[in-house]
Design a binder for this molecule. Structure first.
Ligand SMILES: C=C(O[C@@H]1C=C(C(=O)O)C=C[C@H]1O)C(=O)O
Length: 362
């Protein structure tokens, strides 16, 4: 290994421990000048830790720009030499992994379209065996946590030590607010499942447009994400791919200055005391809610017994609609969101049906 490679490994180790880690760069590497100019402008902001660029682009439809290919790798290498920024790219095949490593790419990521395909993830994992390079696994395009975990586990089994996650949102038909629905609860579940892995948020792919990037980036930081990956371009409107969602390095700098950065904890006994008191109240209320829910299900069991004795169906749409209307109205007045009330009611109804089904089947 050359001294340059050793120092770049050291740098990555340091970077992995830094919070937040900011990754930025163009959706696609287009020309040498564009990559180098973007990298220089990003480095000059003093806010960016790593340069990203798409070399091979999996496009939904044929006939679109599919990436510059391996020809762009020396541009990234040069950008790193000039700016000192480590580089990160997406890989989807064994050949792409080899090419990336030949040109000293520092961090690799597996894209959403690759994570859905265990054959492809395995091919990448096999190519990574014996290699010391950090790998980030993007969520699959569909909201399937098992696939996401499966991708992570395949890469981990190949011996990769520095693993991380990228949350780029989930494809959904007819969604207009986001390009890819964030479904924050899924990313939170992954974070809880793999607390040792850094999780990055990718507002660019979630939003698909510039004007909502800040909102999503702020929410990610509020939710204790470890880093952000945001696409930037020296001339976003004329980008060869994803023009609408890229920002200039200057705008990226502004965004990084506008975000309210939060930490997970603080050494302040007053804060801890106040929180402890409130958390005790929450523990107490959680306990009461469980008792009440359990009582409700016991009543459902009794109703189930009457239904069984009289050959009556479990589902009673009229009665259930009456409950939905009443609870939704009261709940909203009490400051609960309609979305939460719908999920709560669905869960309660299903549990009640399951309880009654057990009684009917007994
Ligand atoms: C408990 C009943 O059975 C079902 C469950 C309901 C509930 O849990 O509130 C309401 C209507 C039915 O779909 C019932 O008929 O009252």
């Amino acid at each position: 290994m050359s001294t340059q490679q050793v120092s770049s490994k050291e740098k990555i180790k340091e970077l992995w421990a830094k919070r937040p880690i900011i990754v930025s760069g163009p959706c696609s590497a287009e020309t040498e000048e564009q990559v180098i100019e973007t990298a220089q402008q990003l480095a000059a902001t003093g806010k960016v830790d790593m340069l990203r660029a798409g070399i091979w682009k999996p496009r939904t439809k044929p006939g679109m720009f599919e990436g510059i290919g391996a020809k762009g790798l020396p541009w990234l290498q040069k950008a790193k030499q000039i700016t000192g920024l480590p580089t990160a790219i997406e890989v989807a095949t064994a050949k792409q992994v080899q090419d990336a490593l030949t040109f000293d790419v520092d961090v690799l990521w597996i894209g959403a379209r690759t994570t859905v395909n265990p054959f492809s993830v395995q091919e990448v994992a096999d190519a990574l065996r014996g290699v010391d390079v950090p790998v980030l696994v993007k969520n699959p395009i569909n909201p399937d946590l098992e696939l996401w975990s499966g991708g992570v586990e395949r890469i981990a089994r190949a011996g990769i030590k520095n693993l991380g996650l990228i949350h780029r949102g989930f494809s959904s038909y007819g969604n207009t607010q986001y390009r890819n629905a964030p479904m924050w609860h899924l990313a939170i579940e992954m974070k809880l499942k793999y607390p040792e892995l850094p999780i990055f948020n990718d507002p660019s792919h979630i939003c698909g447009k510039r004007d909502t990037l800040m909102e999503v980036a702020q929410k990610a930081i509020d939710l204790d994400y470890d880093g952000l990956m945001i696409e930037s371009h020296i001339d976003p409107d004329n980008a060869w791919s994803d023009a609408k969602q890229q920002v200039t390095p200057a705008r990226l700098k502004e965004m990084m200055e506008e975000i309210i950065w939060r930490k997970e904890d603080v050494d302040n006994s007053e804060y801890h005391k106040a929180l402890e008191k409130l958390r005790q109240q929450i523990n107490h209320l959680d306990d009461e809610m469980l008792q009440i829910l359990s009582q409700r299900m016991k009543i459902a069991d009794q109703i189930g017994q009457y239904k069984k004795d009289n050959n009556i169906t479990i589902l009673q749409p009229g009665r259930w609609q009456e409950i939905i209307d009443k609870v939704a109205m009261r709940g909203e007045k009490l400051g609960l969101s309609r979305d939460f009330l719908n999920k709560y009611l669905d869960a309660v109804h299903l549990e009640s049906i399951n309880h009654q089904k057990k009684v009917l089947d007994a």
